[in-house]
Design a protein around this ligand. Sequence first.
Ligand code: ZN
Length: 251
Amino acid sequence: MAFALISDIHSNWEALQAVIAEIDRRQVQDIFCLGDIVGYGPQPKECLDLIIERGIISIMGNHDHAVFYEPTNFNTGAERASYWTRQCLEDESNRLKRNQRWTFLGQLLSRLEMNDILLVHGSPRRPVNEYIFPDDIYTNTAKIAANFERVRHLCFVGHTHVPGVFLEDPDFYGVEELDYVYPIVDSERAIINIGSVGQPRDQDVRASFAIVTDDKVEFLRVQYDIEATASKIFANPELDDFEGERLKEGR
Ligand code: ZN
């Protein structure tokens, strides 16, 4: 078994290309995406097209949902970005391309189960919208317990953009603490956040993703041209400058 997991691309074309190139370099064939292909960033069309071309099976994130249906509980910046993304997809003059992208967004799965591995965007019990934060191990142990009830062995999530591993205790280990590797143990259940390709929020500005093999989950980071993405955001009046600035700080 070897597959790569990517998540929370957020229309960041430079980051997505860098991550896919690294996955190819490591000769991993199967890639799954845990959602939020779009939202926040400047290049939704290019990101969607690459995911579609590569046949990457994808889960629906809250931002994909917002663009296809409607934004719910979004801050102003995120909401504006959703409406701009929708318009950008609508304005496509190639009808075939336009339909292909909308069809793809509309058919995203809310969850995917492969043997005893569960893939969702947010959490096992509320796959599209619930955040599992590192602090929840202190402040909301009921949330952690309710989610572990729905996990048979491993569950992979994105959504918070903070990579790391939740254990049932409850406990949370950041990727640095783990030295970027979680050894898979048959008797241990884990909820594993793989971080974000296009908008990391753990103070590490590099794009985050993971490769899963029989015995371990490896957390990986790659550099990409942050300046290029940020300047496209600054040049787009429909996207808040903050969405570009945060890329430079990893928050
Ligand atoms: Zn996201």
